[in-house]
Ligand binder design. Structure first.
Ligand SMILES: [Zn+2]
Length: 91
């Protein structure tokens, strides 16, 4: 049975919803992947066994304001790090 780290989905959502405000120097697929990897390395994972439970867990997560703010903080830091040194070669 597959297991999934729901933080991957949450980080993806936060990145997508805040992309304009993050003002990254490059937003190619490589740079966005780098931001997600960097952010996920700084956030505790939340594994679930059955992906069908994911909407429920995300809803619970979104109710927790402190946790949501922390994810945004970590994603913002990751975007800054990657923007300073994009590894894609586009800049
Ligand atoms: Zn790039």
């Amino acid at each position: 049975m597959a297991i999934k780290n729901v933080m991957e989905t949450i980080v993806q959502d936060v990145l997508k919803n805040n992309l304009t405000q993050l003002r990254m120097t490059c937003t190619c697929d490589r740079c966005l992947d780098d931001v997600r990897a960097h952010a996920l390395n700084h956030l505790p994972p939340k594994y679930i066994v059955n992906p069908e439970h994911q909407p429920y867990i995300r809803a619970v997560h979104e109710v927790n304001q402190n946790e949501a703010l922390n994810v945004l903080k970590i994603v913002t830091q990751a975007a800054t790090v990657i923007s300073d040194r994009p590894r894609c070669g586009n800049i």
